[in-house]
Design a protein around this ligand. Structure first.
Ligand code: PLP
Length: 454
């Protein structure tokens, strides 16, 4: 029997995260305040605790994973590296296809990899409660679980349409003790203003971020936690790639190409950056390594955006970050991969893309579900709509290998399962799913509102 799953035991959970900032040729561009000057740490301390900020700004290559965090990671980590032999057969490709399955976490995605250390670092810093926002509920459920692990109360501002339409993720949060509010609320000024304009406001991620940050700034003992984009989140997610490296080592292989869906960039950076560390260290195996971030054609941040300073949220509440962006007020079409509907991208991922160390590709919605269903029928696991993007790009490469006869080793990150997204599969299976045109005009209009810097 050929090997299907490459497993590690819990003593092999990595002891350090990898910080790609240590290997950048150019220093990262600092976040800027409203005055155009770099944001001072004391301003950031109003919303993030010291130990998180320390990681956010660190230039150390290896950062120790606290023992308490490894202990919680051990509830589901190390996650399996699997060979998709049956998918290879269906495709008739000479390529070897491997995937890392992050759906084994309690919340069903990679997001607890960062929620757990964020909760712990807040705990040791004396934070009394965490406040965050969530769109469809992946991040809110991950943080509710993580807070429960360390006895830290969690409040989640959940976008109202999702609160009403996606009761299961809300119930997961509540089961883990999280307090869930439908945003906009009347507890914050941002929420009250939005409701005054439109009492039936369905909410948006940008508005929910504004509510969470506003509450934290005005409530001593509270801190804010973000599920993607920032440097410390990417750092925590490198646990994915670091484990995968050990697993590839066990079977004597090394990937030629790495694929992952890219929303804010955390699971992509987490899977790919540890392999780029090999490249930076001059490891010959990584000489020709290609890392591909996969995004939706309807929200094509890396492939069609501009590299500029922009706000992280829709309302202009956060510091300015240098990143690929479609404009902070760009409202992406309502695709099912909610986790990929973000106007910007991680500054680290953006910088590596700008320096041509990584690549990006955009794929249309229907083709992603086609790939996801093909994967589910071959390998059993039903992928999250976000994860279907990485699968699509990997399958496309496997089909190219079939044409050229190249036996490449392909690796994709299966960022989560799709058990709470079955209505999206219902649309696809019923032939009701459509592609959105590339929203060129909306992006152009939004890019005209980029903040002027320098
Ligand atoms: C949130 C999410 C993503 C996108 O976020 P990144 O920060 O880009 O990783 C991808 N897949 C799943 C399953 C998610 O929940």
């Amino acid at each position: 029997m050929s090997q299907t799953r490459v497993l590690l035991d819990e003593t092999e959970i990595p002891t350090h995260w990898y910080n790609v900032a240590a290997d950048l040729k150019n220093p990262p561009a600092p976040p800027l305040g409203p005055d155009g000057q770099p944001v001072t740490p004391d301003k950031m301390l109003a919303i993030f605790p010291g130990p998180v900020l320390e990681q956010e700004m660190s230039a150390e290559r290896w950062i120790p994973i606290p023992e308490e965090v490894r202990q919680v990671y051990a509830l589901w980590r190390p996650s399996p590296l699997c060979r998709a032999t049956r998918l290879e057969q269906v495709l008739g490709t000479p390529a070897k296809i491997f995937y890392k399955y992050e759906g084994v976490s309690p919340a069903g995605s990679h997001k607890p990899n960062s929620a757990v250390p964020q909760a712990w670092l807040n705990k040791i810093a004396g934070t009394k409660r965490l406040v965050t926002e969530t769109g469809a509920g992946q991040w809110g459920s991950s943080l509710s679980f993580a807070g429960q692990m360390f006895g830290l109360p969690v409040r989640v501002y959940m976008v109202k349409v999702s609160y009403e339409q996606k009761p299961y993720r809300r119930l997961m949060m509540q089961t883990w003790g999280g307090e869930v509010l439908a945003s906009p609320t009347n507890l914050t000024k941002s929420g009250r203003d939005a409701l005054a304009q439109d009492p039936n406001n369905p909410g948006s991620l940008g508005l929910a971020i504004s509510e969470a940050v506003e509450e934290v700034v005005n409530t001593p003992g509270s801190k804010y936690a973000l599920g993607s984009v920032l440097n410390h989140v990417i750092l925590h997610q490198t646990i994915i790639g670091l484990e995968a490296k050990k697993q590839f080592e066990k079977i004597g292989l090394y990937p030629d190409m790495i694929f992952a869906p890219c929303g804010g960039g955390s699971n992509f950076g987490g899977a790919a950056f540890p392999f780029l560390a090999d490249k930076a260290a001059g490891d010959k195996r990584a000489n020709n390594l290609r890392c591909v971030a996969v995004e939706p054609t309807s929200c094509p941040t890396l492939t069609k955006g501009v590299y500029a300073y922009d706000f992280g949220d829709a309302t202009g509440y956060t510091p300015l970050m240098k990143m690929y962006t479609l404009g902070h007020d760009f409202m992406p079409p309502g695709i099912h991969a909610g986790g990929l509907r973000y106007h910007g991208d991680s500054p680290l991922v953006s910088q590596l893309f700008n320096e041509k160390l990584i690549e990006a590709v955009a794929v249309p919605q229907v083709a992603t579900f086609e790939a996801g269903v093909m994967f589910a029928r071959a390998e059993g696991i039903i992928p999250a709509p976000e994860s279907c993007h990485g699968i699509r790009a990997c399958i496309d490469e496997a089909l190219r290998c079939k044409q050229t006869g190249e036996p490449k080793t392909l690796f994709f990150n299966l960022s989560g399962h799709g058990h709470f997204d079955m209505t999206a599969f219902e649309s696809y299976l019923g032939g009701k799913l459509t592609d959105f045109d590339y929203p060129a005009e909306a992006i152009q209009a939004s890019l005209e509102h980029l903040p002027k810097v320098g």
